[in-house]
Design a protein around this ligand. Structure first.
Ligand code: NAD
Length: 496
């Protein structure tokens, strides 16, 4: 009976109009590639093709970098900082106004649940632009000398797990410090960056200040190797990060790398168990576990392990997997068949290595790419599922007896991006935070982000910080570094 139908959901697909094909965003306008190709982007929840997207080739990268250079030297660099701030505020406000549209598009192209794109990704995207808008005219008071200077043109490469949020993390500080940008979104999630480009047009951002080059790894490689780029900011896999570092070694280019992780989430026996269970779930099942700082290794104190696992299993059985656009969905689709194959392969390795797999009863949709929430017990430190990043909804559970053992196990990883500590003792939190080799340590919470807080890794998780005042540093010239091709290389790794 129609009287009893639900009202249409405010986050409906009707909010967005998809085009059959998308061009590159260069010098303020959308344009066809000169020497590139095209690829299709797919809704991972249905396998439906959402559109055909341009793939930038070498001449397109040249055009975008030239437009960014021109805009930097003629318009954006000389502009009064308070004027730049106005653009950033305007962009932030339009993002807020169009956040439903952006959230729906992000969920369609990425597969993440709408309640996450709507309530987490989009508010943080706007918050990053607001935060850095505030810094734009205060750089002289930020502790970087009396006359901080931009680097020039920044090449920015982002992954598919938080497409718009990672773009905001990179664009906002670069623009606030007077740099111009060439952004390359990931090949499986290009659409929200292209909608952001429309928003930049709507905000009247001068042409060339931000350019968006869609394409796959080859487009990213061309951007990294381009002579006209002064800085590369990369977020993605450790493997590609290492290859980028090799490419730009010995050049004048500055580099920041935000790479993978295998975070320990450490639960002590005095932790409030129900809250810890929520934190464990949020830590590894948020965004299907496609999170660089995911709490993918649970370290639980042996005397409470049984109780924690029992409640954790009960909680996992309540998670709803399915249509990302349904606001009740907790676990959405895996972003691509490639990622799904990787998750399956590493989970099979877990079985073969002798760990015990547990999955709640969970009906997977017939079409699309899906993986149920999974936990492995009986995991030892040498297992690949305890060492390698799975980047999916898979939790490896280990136990410990003493705080020293917890620290030793938590730090026994080539990565060092984040960690979590659950305990009632404040002194233990502070001690753990000092001992853990991780860029971020959360206490009695997990996966909390704030634009004022720096984020970044140690060891194979990369170097450089994004967010907050620290995030400005990555886009400012250091010492006697001057803008332009004659610039001398500077080391910007500021961690161990
Ligand atoms: P990826 O390294 O394969 O791709 C990331 C981006 O780099 C994409 O845009 C891709 O097209 C591009 N790329 C691929 N090869 C390239 C090359 N040779 N030169 C230049 N660019 C190239 O990673 P992914 O699979 O898209 O993302 C998942 C990884 O990202 C995970 O390891 C995750 O931990 C990491 N990540 C890290 C953070 C962080 O802040 N530390 C945040 C999100 C994701």
């Amino acid at each position: 009976m129609s009287d009893w139908d639900y009202a249409p959901a405010p986050e409906s697909r009707e909010l967005i109009s998809l085009r059959s094909s998308y061009g590159l965003f260069i010098d303020g306008g959308f344009t066809a590639p000169v020497d590139g190709g095209a690829f299709k982007t797919v809704n991972p929840a249905t396998e439906e093709v959402l559109g055909e997207v341009a793939e930038a080739g070498p001449a397109d990268v040249d055009r975008a970098v030239a437009a960014a250079r021109r805009a930097q030297t003629e318009v954006w660099g000389p502009m009064r900082p308070a004027e730049r701030a106005k653009y950033l505020y305007r962009i932030a406000r339009i993002i807020q106004e169009r956040s439903r549209e952006l959230a729906v598009l992000e969920s369609l192209d990425n597969g993440k649940p709408i309640k996450e794109s709507r309530d987490i990704d989009l508010p943080l995207v706007a918050a990053h632009f607001f935060h850095y808008a505030g810094w734009a005219d205060k750089l002289r008071h930020a502790g970087f000398g009396s006359d901080p200077q931009p680097l020039g043109v920044a090449g920015q490469i982002v992954p598919w797990n938080f497409p718009l949020l990672m773009a905001a993390w990179k664009l906002a500080p670069a623009l606030a410090t007077g740099n111009t940008c060439v952004l390359k979104p990931a090949e499986t999630t290009p659409l929200s960056a292209l909608l952001l480009a429309e928003i930049l047009q709507q905000a009247d951002l001068p042409p060339g200040v931000v350019n968006v080059l869609t394409g796959a790894g080859e487009t990213g490689r061309l951007l990294v190797a381009h002579d006209g780029v002064d800085k590369i900011a990369f977020t993605g896999s450790t493997e590609v990060g290492k290859s980028i570092q090799r490419t730009i070694a010995g050049t004048r280019k500055r580099l920041t790398l935000e790479l993978g992780g295998k975070a320990a989430n450490v639960v002590f026996d005095d932790a409030p168990i129900d809250q810890a269970v929520e934190g464990i779930v949020n830590g590894i099942f948020f965004n299907q576990g496609h999170v660089c700082c995911a709490g993918s290794r649970l370290l639980v104190q042996e005397n409470v392990a049984e109780a924690v696992l029992e409640r954790l299993k009960r909680r996992l059985a309540t998670l709803r997997l399915g249509d990302p656009l349904d606001k009740n969905t907790d676990i959405g689709a895996i972003n691509s068949p490639v990622q799904l194959a990787k998750i399956r392969e590493l989970s099979d390795v877990g079985d073969a290595e002798g760990a015990q797999r547990w999955q709640p009863p969970c009906q997977l949709p017939d079409r699309g790419y899906w993986f149920p929430p999974t936990l492995f017990t009986g995991v030892s430190q040498s297992h690949r599922i305890a060492r390698e990043e799975i980047f999916g909804p898979v939790l490896s559970v280990l136990t410990f007896r003493t705080p020293d053992e917890a620290v030793a196990k938590a730090n026994n990883s080539p990565y060092g991006l984040s960690a979590g500590v659950w305990t009632e003792k404040g002194s233990r939190i502070l001690w753990m935070a000092q001992q853990l080799r991780a860029g971020v340590v959360w206490a009695n919470t997990f996966n909390r982000f704030d634009p004022a807080s720096p984020f970044g890794g140690y060891k194979e998780s990369g170097f450089g910080r994004e967010g907050g005042r620290h995030g400005l540093e990555a886009y400012l010239a250091q010492g006697n570094e001057t803008m332009g091709p004659a610039k001398v290389a500077a080391e910007d790794s500021h961690d161990g």
